[in-house]
Design a protein around this ligand. Structure first.
Ligand code: AMP
Ligand code: ZN
Length: 121
């Protein structure tokens, strides 16, 4: 499986860095975010290294589709049964910090504010 020795999420996949796992199968790992922004904050990642959504190809369609179909089940199982958001920060403008594709599942508290705060007058 494709991995990057310097990637923190690849290191989590390989068990070199500990994580609080919520789900695992052959090609997907789900763990709790270390700095949660909501009562439920999960990270769903492909086990294979894909740096950003810019790098995703049809070859990744299966695992990315699986992540989407797992999101609701995992949100519900972990205490976000009344709605949640999926966030995939990408690149500089998206303020992606970890360069291994990850889908945030956030929820479990009060309804969020607007999706993106409008700037300007
Ligand atoms: P992003 O800004 O979308 O790249 O989000 C990266 C996320 O990874 C942040 O929410 C971090 O809190 C989270 N994170 C970074 N290191 C770890 C770690 N070792 N275990 C769990 N979550 C992490
Ligand atoms: Zn990686």
């Amino acid at each position: 499986m494709q991995h990057d020795a310097n990637c923190i999420f690849c290191r989590i996949v390989r068990g070199e860095i500990p994580s609080r796992k919520a789900y695992e199968d052959d090609d997907v790992l789900v763990f709790h975010d270390i700095q949660p922004v909501a009562p439920v904050h999960l990270l769903l990642i492909p086990k294979a290294h894909v740096a950003t959504l810019y790098d995703a190809t049809p070859q990744h369609a299966g695992v990315l589709g699986k992540i989407m179909t797992l999101a609701g089940q995992l949100a519900r199982e972990n205490g976000a049964g009344d709605g949640f958001r999926l966030i995939v920060n990408t690149g500089r403008v998206g303020r992606q910090e970890v360069m291994h594709v990850h889908v945030h599942v956030v929820g479990g508290g009060e309804p969020f504010g607007p999706m993106i705060v409008r700037k300007g007058p």
